[in-house]
Design a protein around this ligand. Structure first.
Ligand code: OSB
Ligand code: MG
Length: 390
């Protein structure tokens, strides 16, 4: 296998026509209740604290979302650490002098280690701003080629197998093209076996969110008999080595989620053959600058990618739709309808899924959805502004 270094900046110039001075960065926390609890191998939540950011320049505003959760269970970042890092380091760097491009912004953030979700929130808002300033869609700006994207749904651990089977049935009837089951010890082989028996022909995958270790290889090999599309992140959150060993023992493709945190980590995963598919989450990798490079690297190496989700509000969801319009996103993403999680979304119209299991890539400038600022104002628990020094 050959790995080419991805240099998306040289093929995509994500830049305003002339350098843009950001006159305000605004952070907001809002809480959206979930339609039903969402349980994974690392915990359960029944509402989502959403961290929105907006950046303004001369009366035009771009929107982004920081996908960190309240507790450091999926990632070490939390809403609290991200707010700190945005307020103290990233937003001040962003407003310190005019920005000429996404690459310029990414370079300004690079000295600060980690905190990818915090960085991503601001990159998203900047890319929305640039797209609006240039009257382009984000999809068009980043090189998207799809008018609609294929989507699947991620189903949390349920109290009973009957409840899981009912949900699989419901989401298939709504058109979703792929069902992903969250698994953990005690909710794995038997559950997958029963779902597979009831639905022999569907695209089915599982996501362990790092619940297992390499010593359980024999146990995980039992999953090989169900014809799964993939096994997502079975082992440790930052591991590549054990995943490579496990992949060599499994027929089923491993897909990495948590372990893919940068272009460089992806390069290592491909060279080590730690996986055969990659889940790209813009937040986990630090924004568009890295997400585009990971896409390009995987595309050049025939590794299929798909867009992961973090129970985003419509703002993060709209960015995911734009990202998933790139040519390498050949697998259905975790980009469900707004109504999968929320009674009412913060964008208009809400994201909907067609009966064919697709989401349309919007054609309006920027995110392509209207941000429902009145609803956001009503929901806002706290907000802060960062402005340039006078
Ligand atoms: O591992 O993909 C994951 C949600 C929160 C944290 C991690 C994950 C998930 C999901 C839900 O699977 C995806 C979505 O529908 O947003
Ligand atoms: Mg996952």
């Amino acid at each position: 296998m050959t790995t080419h270094s991805a240099t998306p900046e040289t093929v995509r110039n994500i830049a305003p026509e002339s350098p843009v001075s950001i006159d305000r960065v605004e952070t907001r926390l809002i809480r959206l209740p979930l339609n039903e609890p969402f349980e994974t191998s690392f915990g359960s939540i029944d509402s989502r604290l959403i961290f929105l950011v907006s950046v303004s320049a001369g009366g035009v505003t771009g929107w982004g979302e920081v996908v960190a959760a309240e507790k450091p269970l999926y990632s070490y970042e939390t809403t609290g650490t991200a707010l700190h890092v945005v307020r103290e380091f990233l937003a001040p760097a962003m407003v310190s002098r005019p920005l000429s491009s996404l690459e310029d912004l990414a370079k300004r953030f690079a000295p600060f280690r980690g905190h990818n979700m915090a960085k991503a929130g601001l990159e998203l808002a900047f890319v929305d701003l640039v797209a609006r300033l240039r009257d382009r869609t984000i999809s068009g700006l980043i090189g998207g080629t799809r008018a609609e994207i294929p989507v699947g749904v991620s189903l949390g651990i349920q109290p009973t197998i009957e409840e899981l089977l009912a949900r699989v049935e419901r989401y298939l009837s709504l058109g979703y093209q792929r069902i992903k089951l969250k698994i953990k010890h005690g909710w794995d082989i038997d559950v997958v076996s029963q779902v597979r028996e009831a639905f022999p022909d569907i695209l089915l995958s599982v996501d362990a969110n790092s619940a297992y270790t390499l010593s359980e290889t024999e146990h995980l090999k039992e999953l090989d008999r169900f014809g799964l599309l993939m096994i997502e992140q079975p082992l440790q959150h930052d591991d590549l080595l054990d995943h490579a060993a496990l992949q060599s023992e499994l027929k089923t493709a491993i897909c990495l989620d948590e372990s893919i945190t940068s272009i460089r980590q992806t390069e290592m995963a491909l060279r080590m053959r730690s996986c055969r598919m990659v889940n790209i989450k813009i937040g986990r990798v630090g924004g568009y600058s890295q997400a585009l490079g990971i896409h390009d690297l995987c595309y050049a190496n025939d590794i299929p990618v798909w867009c992961g989700g973090m129970l985003e509000s419509g703002i993060g969801r709209a960015h995911n739709i734009a990202l998933a319009s790139l040519p390498g996103f050949t697998l259905p993403g975790d980009v469900s309808a707004s109504s999968r999680y929320f009674a009412r979304d913060v964008i208009v119209p809400a994201v909907t899924v067609s009966s064919a299991g697709t989401v349309e890539v919007p054609r309006g400038a920027g995110l392509g959805f209207e941000v429902d600022i009145d609803f956001i104002e009503d929901l806002t628990e706290s907000s802060e502004s960062i402005v340039p020094d006078a």
